[in-house]
Ligand binder design. Sequence first.
Ligand code: IMP
Ligand code: MG
Length: 182
Amino acid sequence: MNKHPDFERIMLTEEQLKQRVKEVALAVDEEYEGKRPLVVGILKGSIIFYADFIRFLTMPLELDFMVVSSYGSGTVSSGKLHIKKDLDRDVAGRDVIIVEDIIDSGFTLANLKALLLERGAASVKIVTLLNKEDRREYDIEPDYNCFDIENEFVVGYGLDYDEQYRHIPYIGILKPSVYEKK
Ligand code: IMP
Ligand code: MG
């Protein structure tokens, strides 16, 4: 695989991502058999994971999306959740599956889960691609997680640094010089 020149190292290859996403999706597929969940992708970070994940689900379902942000352009959380785009569908009585790229402090998902339950969702479960357990500040855990990672800033497969690198098909760490250029 040709490594992007801004990447210092690759943490998860396309092959590793593909295999593990399938494994997790099949477990979710089993749990929701006979149901009709609303699968909520958190944009933009979850887009590639979301597209790969839903293609393994075999039950009837609807797609919906939210745009939220707790981050500015940097790499440190600003501690305030903004809903920039809300759901199109009513969640009342629905089984909701939130699909997120990464759980870090847990701020985003703790707030979102509480909000959807408040709106009357029958159930809310969380599926994450990545989990930074050591960074957790809020009392929330993913119901399904693909990979536990160390406290390092990662990009690729949907994840960005300043809106760059989302389209890179693997996940990795950027060279320090990339941050120095800012
Ligand atoms: P939390 O609200 O602190 O859990 O942060 C979750 C959000 O922070 C994710 O949806 C990402 O947008 C962003 N984030 C956290 N860590 C990383 C990372 O290593 N790379 C890219 N984005 C990250
Ligand atoms: Mg995000």
